[in-house]
Ligand binder design. Structure first.
Ligand SMILES: *[C@@H]1O[C@H](CO)[C@@H](O)[C@H](O)[C@H]1NC(C)=O
Ligand SMILES: *[C@@H]1O[C@H](CO)[C@@H](O)[C@H](O)[C@H]1NC(C)=O
Length: 415
């Protein structure tokens, strides 16, 4: 797919150790200190969804008519404390949000992306031949592993991939101990993962999205094993510019009322596979530059994509309004680094206009002396768009499998 673009940045980067602390029964996870100094090439769009074009052909006909379901509900009000909060580290200025999980007994930790755009869990194992600088899961040390050995192979939308074997073991997420979690022990990963700072991926999509059929995602297992009260998780991907203690927060089991203000705008999941919803419109400075037809424009809400990825025509219109441009030699959309702070790009969802902070539309400078910056918006020829960090950073996002809907609320960084 054309929508990916690559850039290289030189990073000296430290993970902050997150203090283990309890606030009203909510827990944060220790993120082990890790110091990285590396020339690091990165797929800016980092799309860890599966090969969309392969999937879409089988899907679009099944997209159901969207019923209006605007719910306003603070689902945790009576159950505060029963959910589990997991901290994330904001990596490389909003490129990815990284969390820690542990596998096996005794626990062996991995750094992962909690990815709403896929539904398989994999971590590299000691048999990996190209996993330099990764934490490798040593299955010989786990007393709880249950071997299966079926082949596992996944390819994401950016072309990155991994291969391994399916097994089962005890998974630790925060203070939750999940028994019999299916996962892949990976022995081969593509270049993009070799140079990526994460070890593996935890899919948080619908179980049906798993490439290894019959897999139950950690969320399903948490619920079935009584560890969380509801099949709901909620996410704050926080922008680096806010300099918050936690780069991001994932709450498993519900909604933390301290993390948002105002009401929640819900919209139904249109196809229970990805976290896929329909949008009404895209607006520039209050005017529609795109309006959905009766079959609403489909988008995927993806925690593992950095950018807002829209259709090429919409990207062209937005960038021309922002006095941006498409640079065909690098195949990237660019905006003036001094983008006017009055610029308002927003998305209408279920009748509500959700705005994107103009600062999220301007990313890294194209080169040190250039007045052009990479845009927070990219384009795709695919019929399904992807809303990643550029959009998600502006909201507390609720992924609700009890009522199959996604909610958006104004975030509060309460902790
Ligand atoms: C981390 O890296 C920085 C820059 O290279 C260095 O100054 C610092 O001492 C390192 N910290 C640790 C704990 O290794
Ligand atoms: C994040 O920082 C911006 C200033 O850059 C501020 O306006 C905004 O309120 C902050 N967001 C939250 C949720 O605190």
């Amino acid at each position: 797919m054309k929508l990916i673009y690559f850039f290289c940045i030189f990073l000296t980067f430290s993970y902050w150790s997150l203090a283990q602390e309890t606030t009203d029964g909510l827990y944060q996870v220790d993120l082990t200190y890790r110091n990285i100094s590396t020339k690091y090439c990165y797929a800016l769009a980092l799309i860890k969804t599966q090969l969309l074009d392969n999937i879409i052909s089988g899907l679009t006909s099944s997209i159901t008519d969207i019923t209006s379901d605007l719910g306003i509900n603070n689902l945790l009000s009576k159950r505060a404390g029963s959910s589990q909060a997991i901290g994330a580290v904001n990596y490389a200025n909003d490129v990815e949000w990284i969390s820690q999980i542990s596998m096996g007994t005794p626990q062996q930790s991995s750094l992962v992306v909690l990815d709403t755009g896929s539904a398989d869990l994999w971590i590299p194992c000691i048999d990996c031949y190209n996993c330099k600088n990764k934490r490798l899961y040593d299955y010989t040390q786990s007393s709880t592993i249950q071997y299966n050995g079926d082949d596992f192979s996944i390819t994401y939308a950016d072309g990155s991939s991994s291969k391994g074997w399916m097994e089962m073991d005890t998974l630790q997420v925060g203070y939750m101990t999940i028994q019999d979690q299916q996962f892949a022990m990976v022995y081969d990963m593509s270049k993009a993962f070799q140079t990526d700072v994460i070890d593996g991926v935890v899919g948080c999509g619908y179980d049906s999205l798993s490439v290894y059929s019959g897999t139950q995602t950690p969320l399903t297992n948490m619920y079935n094993q009584g560890l969380i009260p509801q099949r709901i998780f909620s996410v704050q991907l926080r922008p680096a510019r806010n300099k918050t203690t936690y780069g991001g927060i994932f709450i498993f089991g519900g909604i933390d009322s301290r993390l948002y203000t105002g009401s929640i705008t819900y919209t139904p999941v249109t196809y229970k596979y990805f976290w896929q919803i329909g949008i009404d419109a895209v607006l520039y400075n209050g005017n529609n530059v795109f309006t959905s037809s009766r079959n609403k424009q489909q988008v995927i809400i993806d925690t593992a994509t950095a950018l807002l990825i829209v259709g090429t025509n919409v990207a062209r219109t937005l960038h021309s309004n922002m006095r941006g441009k498409y640079d065909s030699s690098s195949q990237t959309w660019q905006v003036p680094c001094n983008l006017n702070s009055n610029v308002q790009v927003s998305i209408k969802i279920n009748g509500v206009t959700l705005q994107i902070n103009y600062q999220d539309l301007v990313r890294e400078r194209v080169s040190s002396l250039s007045s052009w910056c990479y845009s927070g918006i990219a384009s795709t020829d695919s019929s399904i768009w992807i809303f990643g960090g550029t959009f998600m950073k502006n909201y507390y996002v609720i992924f609700d499998r009890e009522r199959d809907r996604v909610g958006f609320a104004t975030p509060v960084y309460a902790y």
